[in-house]
Design a protein. Structure first.
Length: 500
């Protein structure tokens, strides 16, 4: 199956490459802020449309090369992500899938261990695209190598952060205040003393994540690109864990185990190692108070006696006890604009942030890049027309994605049953009975690259209306029958009571 898909992707890649034409305004100075997967893919797509003066800037350090197997087996280095149909189709359209695919592990289904310690349940995937697993930073390395090999004229700088943007007059030069970072992390950039400089650009691409400096500066300059952050109904924290695989065991699964509010989700890499995340609530003292490896082992034995506890070494338990906690991202969407005139545009997590349960973050971000390329094609490369068109095409998409997945992230109370479990059950029942009328459940629909997120939202709204049209009369009929039966029973009892 994997070989067949790879062959089809090469055909798509070749067709996309043949259809590309140079961008007419190739002398525009482009500054891409953010050299993660989205920023590098954006630079690649722009370079293939003829932009010749691209500069990519990122505050983090350059990741190891794709072939550095020691680095990618280190779970503290980077977490694994899944590339689904949306991501694979986008990478193929941008000419990058073949290189990325070399360093991916294809998974064919799930293997879930129940809380009662019984045998695992296996569910095989039935989709057009099988999910491909790769470490997030290794994906960055793939795109970095592709960009450097195919377009050596693109300048890429790591260890530099953007602190301020001066957009000046509309259509004029944009000035970005940059600073060399001694160290950088989630909190920002520790600036080297006296190490500041200015970058001038005609076109700025903001691919700098959920806490985007470019987005904030665009909003300060008058763009309607406010970040809408949704209340986190189910805050989740995680620690990474390295899980050995017994000799002869399959590694082409998404592995998981759950016990109450604690769960483990684990994905393999191309070398066959399994990197997992241990998910728990932020105030769960069973995890936050772990003092050493012995305490960690005891907790794992209580929660997950079958898997993965017997596979873990004393060294891994000790490391787990002392690893820092990390938080899953908050739900956020940006809008109603994703651009500022013809000067700047936002992509990826800067316009939509979701929790990584269903692999929609980076996959939808790659779709952003492909849509931006199409907007340039449709407008003849005029930035003042292409960027507003991009906002029209993607702003509501970003909102639909975030709000749709938000409905699935419910606390473990009645809301979980009412807003997550019951709709999934109803969708599965109705879709199985009448697939020509009712669409699959929301999770399946969101992962289907054949539909936009707005189309998914519309289809689900229609499904709910039709389901109600079926269930309400049925419920009324049952209630009416029950009422009639109760009335008959009361009458029968009354007839048997002697008159006073």
């Amino acid at each position: 199956i994997a070989r067949s898909q790879r062959g089809r992707c090469r055909v798509v890649l070749a067709a996309a490459a043949a259809a590309e034409e140079p961008f007419r305004d190739g002398d525009a100075r482009v500054a891409v802020v953010g050299a993660g997967p989205v920023g590098l893919f954006a630079a690649l797509v722009l370079a293939r449309r003829g932009f010749r003066r691209i500069r990519v800037l990122d505050r983090l350090r350059e990741p190891p090369g794709t072939a550095d197997t020691d680095a990618w087996g280190d779970v503290t280095r980077s977490y694994n992500i899944g590339l689904g149909g949306r991501g694979q189709a986008s990478l193929a359209a941008g000419g990058a899938l073949e290189r990325v695919d070399r360093w991916c592990k294809t998974v064919v289904g799930r293997r879930d261990w129940p809380a009662n310690g019984g045998p695992p349940a296996e569910t095989m995937t039935n989709r057009r695209y099988l999910t491909k697993i790769i470490a997030r930073d290794r994906l960055t390395s793939c795109l970095l190598e592709e960009l450097r090999e195919a377009h050596p004229e693109v300048a890429i700088e790591f260890g530099v952060g953007c602190s301020r943007v001066d957009f000046g007059r509309e259509g004029g030069t944009v000035r970005l205040d940059m600073q060399h970072c001694r160290r950088s992390g989630s909190e920002g950039c520790e600036v080297e003393e006296g190490a500041t400089f200015t970058v001038e650009a005609d076109f700025v691409v903001g691919a700098d994540g959920v806490n985007s400096t470019i987005r904030d500066e665009m909003a300060s300059a008058g763009a309607a690109c406010r970040a809408h952050r949704l209340e986190d109904l189910r805050p989740t924290t995680y620690r990474t864990i390295s899980i050995p695989v017994p000799e002869g065991e399959r590694t082409d699964f998404n592995f998981s185990a759950r016990n109450g509010d604690i769960g483990i989700e684990a994905l393999p890499n191309v070398e066959g190692q399994v990197c997992g995340v241990f998910l728990f609530e932020p105030d769960d003292t069973r995890v936050t108070s772990l003092a050493d490896g012995r305490a960690a082992r005891k907790l794992f034995e209580e929660l997950f006696p079958i898997w993965p506890t017997p596979l873990l070494s004393d060294e891994e338990f000790e490391a787990f006890a002392h690893r820092p906690n990390a938080k899953l991202p908050q739900f956020m969407f940006c809008g109603p604009e994703l651009h500022r005139g013809g000067q700047a545009v936002l992509l990826g997590d800067a316009i939509h942030s979701v929790k990584p349960y269903f692999g929609l973050g980076v996959n939808s971000a790659f779709e952003d890049v492909v849509v931006l390329g199409r907007c340039l094609d449709e407008t003849g490369g005029r930035l003042d027309q292409a960027l507003p068109l991009f906002s029209t095409k993607r702003a509501e998409e970003a909102r639909a994605l975030v709000e749709s997945q938000y409905t699935l992230d419910q606390p473990a109370d009645y809301r979980f049953v009412a807003k997550f479990l019951l709709p999934i059950i109803l969708d599965n029942v109705f879709n199985k009975a009448l697939p020509q009328v009712f669409s699959p459940n929301l999770i399946v629909m969101l992962q289907d690259e054949a539909y936009t997120f707005q189309e998914v939202r519309q289809k689900k709204a229609l499904d709910r209306t039709l389901q109600a049209a079926v269930l309400l009369p049925l419920g009324a009929g049952i209630l009416g029958a029950g009422t009639s039966a109760l009335g008959a029973l009361v009458s029968a009892i009354a007839e048997r009571i002697p008159a006073a």
